[in-house]
Ligand binder design. Structure first.
Ligand SMILES: Cc1cc2nc3c(=O)[nH]c(=O)nc-3n(C[C@H](O)[C@H](O)[C@H](O)COP(=O)(O)O)c2cc1C
Length: 163
């Protein structure tokens, strides 16, 4: 059972989630690897794909959307799970919960699940425009990734593989 965990990440928080999911799947006996969405190349022989993106201004990153588009035929043949890494803080507000492209992704990829995970923000790593945006929406600084929730989701995926 070979699983690819593909991610699009601007500042590393989503990459961390993808790496953690792949590690957790491996602990469950699954041959899983994390890989950046813009790495290119063939998907190869895969039995399932987990695809996740950071959410910026309500949208998935273009690398993740391009990956979904580029590999739509292969993805149609295997089970797919999606995740978004976005909201900061510990409470999800309605407007933030789903990326704008989710309906379209659901129509084309028919994922088994889409999960939103809290993200992380280090103000020192942001460029000027991003800092202004974050200031305007008063986004809190910090690492809000919920490793229990992420690990539990990975375990649920491991449990469904091969169903
Ligand atoms: C400029 C900016 C805009 C953001 N916009 C959103 C948003 O619309 N919705 C959301 O849930 N999170 C938003 N976030 C939070 C990021 O998605 C979060 O920090 C994420 O974990 C970053 O992932 P990355 O480090 O992999 O790029 C924004 C963050 C920044 C810096």
């Amino acid at each position: 059972m070979r699983v690819l965990v593909v991610y699009a990440s601007k500042h590393g928080a989503t990459e961390g989630i993808a790496t953690f999911v792949a590690e957790r799947l491996r602990k469950g006996g699954v041959d899983a690897q994390a890989r950046a969405a813009d790495e290119g190349g063939e998907l190869g022989e895969v039995d399932a794909v987990v695809l996740g993106s950071a959410v910026y201004a309500g949208s998935w990153l273009k690398e993740a959307l391009e990956f979904a588009h580029r590999h739509s035929e292969e993805l149609a043949r295997v089970p797919v799970w999606l995740f978004s890494s976005g909201p900061l803080g510990t409470e999800i507000q309605d407007a933030q919960t789903q990326p704008k492209q989710l309906d379209e992704l659901q129509r084309t990829l028919h994922p088994k699940d889409h999960r939103v995970f809290f993200g992380a923000l280090d103000r020192d790593e942001l460029g000027f425009a991003e800092r202004m945006m974050v200031k305007a929406v008063k986004a809190p600084d910090g690492d809000f990734r919920d490793w229990d929730a992420i690990g539990g989701w990975a375990d649920a995926i491991a449990g469904q593989l091969g169903d």
